[in-house]
Design a protein around this ligand. Structure first.
Ligand SMILES: Nc1ncnc2c1ncn2[C@@H]1O[C@H](COP(=O)(O)OP(=O)(O)OP(=O)(O)O)[C@@H](O)[C@H]1O
Length: 624
């Protein structure tokens, strides 16, 4: 964004700095577009006007509670204001009706107690210090006073504090809309208790966050005419299933695996488990234990939360059996079999884990082995059994682990929704969307691609609802609004999701081709988008591609795009687990439409195509 206004000698300015982002100073000399600036840090710098911004010298050192009151709403002004407030332990700041939270990385219980909720109840927005309770209160009042459903979007990068903020919003809405139940559990209690269950199965330690949600979540609270919570629905998006089989140091797999390995001895015996470090799906990373997290007591707490959300003890037993079976499955290694390109479990140890996995899944051991080491091909009505070599068998094992885990997670979400119950008559809703922020790592795969697509969509929504609406308002009031600039990202969305011809469409097309691979996919992209300004091919790369997102450039590695996009269980896995004598396991793999038509072809479903955010959000919450 270019700087505004003309600078003269003596102007107070902010200038970009490689070490501390922005430093302030005084313009000493002006030579056309070049400015010589004497910085308060003592540095003297020469800068082009394009990297220099005017500084508001009248702003208080303590900053302002609402940044729309700043003379300049530019990056250095915003950062300076947030920094000043953070220094005074003020972690929340408004920008109009957006709340910005800066992660305090320490517990601040006094900010979120009952007394605070009482204070914010019905208080005029802006009357009290910025706070998530004020956001929730506003949503609640708007819903009650105007009869209009509301949504709150919680967005930010990983570790910024989205989940914590979502919990506070829910806490306040439960406080306002909670019903006193004479017996049983109230809807609000069940909604709040669903968090520990979802966190046990959907959260993991990542580089940035020890308790990172590896799924997006939309919680819809339904209210009756009196403003009391009458039902709730939880929808989740794209659980990161690759984590089940593959983790890198210093990350961890999903918490539930470690909890189960730290369960009381009788449970560990029941599920034939030992120390977490014995399992391949866990010991690929050196991080087994987490500072400040006691997996044994988390196991007990998760069991208790499962009771509250109505998961019976039989169901809990089956759930943990499946979790244990996945761990044993991961320890099955393969070596070459006697026939060409065939495979068999490598040794007695692998055979033991295969047998144990079959026992826990309650399926036939031989069938499990065959489902990992063989494929049935159907050509012109004839079935041909093909062997898989040891590498392909290991891939098949991982695919089975991933699909079982993701079905298990979906089952939990459905169960929670069924127990909490929906109110189909409700016309008053508040939705809270807690969704991963923009991600750009050293290696970016399909998950980052989907996450960044979501953020492009949210950004577009933000553009439309905040900038465009605000500018219409200014135009109406004949205020000069030309200084608000924003990037319209429709072209980037078209590049990704246009049908036909967008990246997702090309990915689906490639997945459906026989003998296709990621290089074929990448080649299609290079051909199709060679002139697209938002797309580029990194130098010397055979299969990577870069998208010029609104938030910056991200280079994606396509290696696993095809595998990760495919969202179906191969027939061998489907048939095996559907035949399990455990009704729970069998119910995770209901007969598909295709198999009931007795066809052996698998219906193609893709994650990329189904990954859409459809929610309308009325105001925003942004975290740093
Ligand atoms: N308001 C807060 N008060 C105290 N601690 C906080 C607060 N917000 C965040 N934290 C701390 O930061 C950690 C990360 O926050 P959180 O899990 O909410 O991030 P997130 O944005 O949801 O991340 P991800 O996208 O990885 O799930 C929390 O576990 C907590 O320790």
């Amino acid at each position: 964004m270019a700087s505004m206004g003309r600078f003269t000698v003596g102007s107070h300015v902010w200038v970009e700095d490689a070490d501390v982002a922005w430093i302030d100073g005084l313009v000493e000399e002006v030579h056309g577009d070049e400015l010589i600036i004497n910085c308060t840090s003592g540095k003297k710098v020469t800068a082009n006007v394009s990297s220099v911004y005017p500084k508001d010298v009248e702003v208080k050192r303590s900053g302002v509670e609402d940044m729309t009151r700043l003379a300049y709403l530019h990056e250095p002004g915003v950062l300076r204001n947030l920094k000043s407030r953070y220094g005074m332990n003020e972690i929340y700041t408004y920008t109009g009706n957006i709340l910005i939270a800066v992660n305090p990385f320490q517990r601040l219980p006094h900010l979120y107690n009952d007394h605070m909720m009482e204070m914010y109840k019905g208080a005029e927005f802006g009357e009290l210090s910025p706070h998530p309770f004020a956001m929730a209160d506003r949503a609640y009042r708007l819903m009650m006073n105007y009869g209009i459903s509301q949504a709150i979007l919680v967005s930010g990068e990983s570790g910024a504090g989205k989940t914590e903020s979502t919990k506070m919003l829910m806490q306040y809405l439960a406080f306002m809309g909670g019903k006193v139940e004479s017996g049983g559990r109230s809807v609000q209690q069940q909604v709040l208790e669903s968090n520990p269950v979802l966190e046990a199965f959907g959260n993991a330690k990542t580089v940035r966050n020890n308790n990172s949600s590896r799924f997006g979540k939309f919680v819809e609270l339904q209210f009756d005419q009196n403003g009391k919570i009458s039902g709730a629905a939880i929808r989740t998006y794209l659980l990161e299933r690759s984590r089940v089989c593959q983790i890198s140091d210093p990350e961890r797999n999903y918490h539930c695996f470690y909890m189960l390995c730290a369960a009381p001895p009788e449970d560990r015996e029941r599920y034939k488990l030992g120390d977490a470090s014995l399992f391949h799906y866990l010991n690929q990373s050196n991080c087994i234990k987490l500072d400040g997290m006691d997996d044994s007591s988390e196991y007990i707490a998760t069991r208790r939360a499962m009771d509250i959300v109505g998961i019976s003890s039989d169901e809990q037993d089956a759930i943990f059996r499946v979790v244990a079976a996945i761990l044993h499955l991961g320890n099955v290694e393969f070596s070459e079999g006697s026939e060409a390109d065939s495979s068999v479990p490598k040794d007695d140890k692998s055979q033991f884990h295969l047998r144990t996995a079959a026992e826990l899944f309650m399926c036939d051991e031989k069938s499990l082995e065959e489902s990992l080491c063989k494929r049935v091909m159907v050509t012109r009505g004839e079935s041909i059994v093909r062997n898989l070599d040891s590498r392909a068998a290991a891939l098949s094992r991982d695919a089975l682990a991933r699909i079982v885990y993701s079905r298990l997670f979906d089952w939990l979400v459905n169960k929670i929704n069924t127990t909490i119950g929906q109110d189909p008559t409700s016309k008053l809703l508040i939705g809270v969307l807690d969704i991963y922020g923009f991600e750009s790592f050293k290696t970016n795969s399909f998950e980052q691609f989907c996450i960044n697509l979501t953020n492009e969509k949210l950004q577009q929504h933000f553009n439309q609802h905040v900038f465009k609406m605000e500018q219409e308002e200014y135009t109406k009031e004949e205020i000069d609004w030309s200084y608000i600039q924003f990037v319209d990202n429709q072209d980037i969305l078209d590049l990704i999701e246009k049908k036909p011809g967008g990246i997702i469409a090309l990915l689906d097309e490639t997945c459906m081709l026989r003998n296709s691979n990621h290089e074929i996919f990448a080649e299609k992209l290079y051909q199709k988008f060679k002139d697209n300004p938002h797309f580029s091919r990194p130098k010397f790369s055979r299969s990577d591609f870069t998208i010029h997102h609104y938030a910056g450039n991200v280079t994606y590695q396509t290696d696993l795009f095809l595998d990760k996009n495919i969202d179906y269980a191969v027939n061998e896995h489907q048939d095996l687990l559907h035949a399990s004598t455990c009704p729970f396991v069998s119910s995770l793999f209901p007969p598909s439409e295709e198999s009931t038509k007795s066809s052996k072809s698998t219906k193609f479903t893709s994650i990329g195509s189904s990954f859409k955010v459809k929610n309308h959000c009325s105001f925003y919450f942004r975290l740093y």
